[in-house]
Design a protein around this ligand. Structure first.
Ligand code: LMR
Length: 398
């Protein structure tokens, strides 16, 4: 009966985790999945999260269903972080926000909404992008195309090509953008480039879908949200999917949000209703634990400040690892230029290694990076960075 069912080849990122776990190499290093590990290769529990957990656990409370849109405090946390605490657009009640199951859940609900209410719209993603972007939109029957973004040969953004391409799209097509810490390349637009791009999108009446999963890991919380706030200021229709997986180190809690910025409060109310209905049809309502942690940490001033400091601590450690990796590589492979490593932002570095070099890293050294050559800098630490740099230097000699 099920013999017609296709085998699943596995996910290019999550599948690597299983391979890594099964590897018996004592020196193995997982630089595949985008997870921040600390200096001891441990997944951190942030101090602000520990305090929130203590408040939740005492007293032990009943677990009713949450509203379809999740906890009000979780939704407020998303809005303040993305648009700024006193943003006019929030005071004008023009943003419909729901809490979602991580960033993926936000993208899924957003894709369902686009499919339902903008059935003629195509969604354009950067070439390359996070593989799940394509899978999620196609899974909701939205046609997906790519816009030029990254040139591996020069390790730079093809900005002019990107602009020319976007200027040819049809009214109400969706452009999926990464406001900061582009996944997988780590190469972000400058603020001046965002201004130019968003102006063109406004002229052509395009929809901006901003996926922000690494806020705080680029420059700072506000700088990283620049593109979102600029798009709102220009009056573009804006969808924002955000994730707290990385910046609260709450990966398994699946906490994120979807916000849709509308021209009027009345439209925002309609959109909010339809987002609720989409959630009801898919999973009814989100689980409560992670949402409560988000609510407590983000809406308590002292905990919020502590959180910001902890995120910047993670950001700075990654930046230090970039410098270290670059300097060891420069010493070992002087013929090559490794400037790209410190130009890129956030957790990822797009190395441009060939499939053969990636395979050698894995089989000879137990160093795992994604098959598109993306390396997670947040898995490096003082104990393994020399080993990884030497392994890279070895395979680069090919
Ligand atoms: C990544 O890009 O590695 C993370 O966002 C984890 C994932 O779900 O792929």
């Amino acid at each position: 009966m099920f013999e017609r069912v296709d085998y699943y080849a596995g996910d290019p990122i999550l599948g690597l985790v299983d391979k890594f776990v099964a590897d018996s190499n004592p020196n193995k290093v997982n630089l595949g999945i985008g997870i921040y590990y600390d200096e001891d290769s441990k997944l951190p529990v942030l101090e602000c999260v520990k305090t929130a957990e203590q408040r939740i656990a005492d007293p032990i409370s009943p677990r009713p269903y949450l509203p379809m849109a999740g906890l009000p405090g979780h939704r407020l946390a998303c809005q303040n972080l993305l648009f700024g605490q006193d943003a006019a657009v929030l005071q004008e009640k023009r943003v419909a926000t729901i809490a979602t199951l991580g960033g993926s859940g936000a993208l899924k609900v957003g894709a369902e909404f686009i499919h339902e209410w903008f059935p003629a719209s195509k969604c354009y993603v950067s070439d390359p992008t996070w593989s799940n972007h394509i899978a999620i939109f196609e899974g909701s029957d939205v046609e997906v195309g790519t816009y030029p973004y990254y040139d591996t040969a020069t390790s730079s953004i093809k900005f002019d090509e990107m602009l020319a391409f976007i200027a040819k799209l049809n009214k109400h097509d969706v452009v999926l953008l990464h406001p900061c810490c582009h996944n997988p390349t780590g190469m972000d637009l400058t603020h001046a480039q965002w201004d130019e791009l968003l102006d063109i999108m406004k002229q052509h009446e395009l929809i901006a879908f901003m996926d922000i999963a690494y806020q705080g890991f680029g420059q700072d919380m506000d700088h990283d949200a620049y593109a979102i706030r600029k798009a709102v200021a220009l009056g573009l229709p804006v969808f924002v999917s955000n994730s707290f997986s990385k910046n609260l180190s709450l990966y398994g809690e699946r906490v994120g949000g979807l916000s849709v910025v509308c021209p009027t409060a009345e439209e925002a109310e309609r959109v909010f209703g339809q987002l609720n209905y989409a959630v009801r049809r898919i999973y009814t309502s989100p689980p409560s634990h992670g949402g409560r942690v988000v609510d407590i940490v983000m809406n308590d001033e002292a905990l919020h400040q502590q959180w910001v400091g902890e995120v910047y601590g993670m950001r700075d450690r990654i930046k230090a690892m970039r410098l270290k990796l670059k300097s060891v590589l420069e010493a070992n492979v002087p013929v090559r230029n490794f400037d790209y490593i410190t130009k890129q932002n956030g957790m990822f570095s797009f190395t441009g290694l060939t499939p053969k070099q990636i395979e050698r890293l894995q089989t000879e050294f137990g160093v795992y990076i994604v098959s598109n050559s993306r390396m997670c800098m947040a898995g490096l630490n003082v104990n393994n960075v020399d080993y990884v740099a030497n392994a890279m230097a070895e395979v680069l000699k090919d």
